[in-house]
Design a protein around this ligand. Structure first.
Ligand code: 6PG
Length: 466
């Protein structure tokens, strides 16, 4: 008997996906490398722990693993992004036959995926990239899957992906063919960027409510109440987190305030800068994580300036409105970024489909995402949608008030502030960039265009006497 599908890499995500496959009736062949002393018989012990995997193939050598698969072989690769992917691919490619398919389900950089796919295509092999979101639980119960690459190869593996994916409100799989090579990992990268901002916004709300002397339980209660009309998975888990106690103490108060990251926020920020988009919230959220990391410097600076936290009054309803406002700006920027790059790369991405597969299974699933599925049918600029306009107009005053409160209270709230700030920039027909152009022309003869000359002709001025 040959296995219809194989999984390489039995880390947290690989294990959950394997159990998910088995639960859906696709018993997989499983491979994990052998590392003496630390990774021995990983597949075998994992299968022994889960009855659902009874009969699955256990391998710690690649050749027998590959030989156990029906052709064209279909393999899901779940190893750490970067060098580990190249190393597995190098060992694997010689063992495969033309037409075989390997799908990288890790958080790989989309340009790396493009490079790998091109190299494999030259050998007659298919390398597909797929973003997979949902964390450990999502991977087990149903993740959101963003696959891309050769369409024919995708069609071969699609039934397995659709079976394990989360289901949306209509019962459709949260898995869709995103587009040409690299687009799936690109979309997942921006998903993670949006995720960074959503997490940061909730953290800023928490910081403001803390400054207003609310307890963890009170903040959790606010978040729970907000969930009723701003349903969001990340808000929901934040409320749960705030209520967890160990040995009579809140766990949240015991956690060191230094945020880590695995790179997707950095890649999103680099890409934003490279393509020239004005998506300002993702960089703001990333840099907030970086600043958090400098704990010792922050402690020294607080002492140096003798900064005492300022007591502040926060109306939780105003804060909820500011949060709602900022989330809309975040999603506007994220989808606008996807639309822009999709046009440049000629990927033909259907944004409503992306929003749809993000309504369940993934980390940024929310009630707002459900609404966006419909709004995105009318264009990629969410802030220009009439229903979004109504939300924004309702919450704008509160968002400005909360931004001012954060400044007054000296609470670091870069995403709340930038959401308001971006909205003011985005809705200003006249910017101050005329002065920037004049400065550039003054010191560098970089020239400028005139408002009374629509031809776009470049002008230069001798700004002062020699
Ligand atoms: C998901 C998550 C997942 C993972 C990120 C976290 O969609 O399931 O985004 O991919 O949690 O890698 O990234 P950081 O470690 O950079 O926060």
């Amino acid at each position: 008997m040959k296995y219809e599908i194989g999984v390489i890499g039995l880390g947290v995500m690989g294990k959950s996906l394997s159990r998910n496959l088995a639960q859906k009736g696709a018993l997989p062949a499983l491979y994990n490398r052998h590392v003496a002393g630390s990774e021995e018989k990983v597949a075998e012990s994992f299968i022994a722990e889960h009855a659902v995997l009874d009969g699955a193939g256990a391998f710690d050598a690649l050749k027998p693993f590959v030989d156990s698969l029906a052709t064209p072989r279909k393999i899901i690769l779940m190893v750490n992004a970067g060098a580990a992917v190249d190393s597995v691919l190098n060992n694997l490619s010689g063992l495969l036959s033309p037409g075989d398919i390997v799908l990288d389900g890790g958080n790989s950089h989309y340009q790396e995926t493009q490079r790998r796919a091109a190299a494999w295509a030259a050998k007659g092999l298919h390398f597909l990239g797929a973003g997979i979101s949902g964390g450990e639980k999502g991977a087990l119960l149903g993740p959101s899957i963003m696959p891309s690459g050769n369409r024919k190869a995708y069609d071969e593996i699609a039934p397995f992906l659709a079976a394990i994916a989360a289901k949306d409100a209509q019962g459709q799989a949260c898995c869709t063919y995103v587009g040409e090579q690299g687009s799936g990992h690109f979309v997942k990268m921006i998903h993670n960027g949006i995720e960074y901002v959503e997490m940061q916004l909730i953290a800023e709300c928490y910081a403001l409510l803390k400054q207003a002397q609310y307890s963890n339980d009170e903040i959790a209660a606010f978040f729970e109440a907000w969930c009723k009309d701003v349903g969001s998975y990340l808000l929901e888990i934040s409320a749960k987190i705030l209520r967890v106690e160990t040995k009579g103490e809140y766990l949240i108060d015991q956690i060191l305030d230094r945020a880590g990251n695995k790179g997707t926020g950095k890649w999103s920020t680099e890409t934003i800068a490279q393509v020239g988009e004005a998506a300002s919230l993702i960089p703001a959220a990333l840099l907030a994580r970086y600043l958090s990391f400098f704990k010792a410097k922050r402690e020294a600076a607080q002492a140096f300036y003798a900064v005492a936290p300022k007591a502040v009054q926060v109306d939780p309803d105003h804060l909820k409105a500011a949060y709602r406002f900022s989330r809309i700006v975040n999603h506007h920027q994220g989808f606008s970024m996807i639309a822009e790059v999709a046009k440049k790369e000629d990927w033909g991405i259907d944004l409503t489909e992306i929003a749809r597969i993000w309504t369940q299974g993934c980390i940024i699933k929310s009630d707002l995402m459900q609404e966006l599925v419909h709004y995105l049918k009318e264009g990629d600029q969410l802030l220009m949608h009439s229903s979004i306009k109504a939300h924004i107009e309702q919450d704008h005053t509160a968002a400005k008030k909360m931004a001012a409160t954060a400044i007054e209270a000296q609470v670091h709230a870069p995403c709340l502030l930038e959401a308001v700030n971006f909205f003011h920039g985005y809705t200003s027909a006249q910017s101050s960039a005329n002065l920037i152009q004049a400065q550039r022309d003054f010191f560098g003869a970089h020239t400028y265009q005139r408002i009374d000359d629509p031809s776009g002709k470049s002008y230069h001025t001798h700004w002062e006497e020699e």
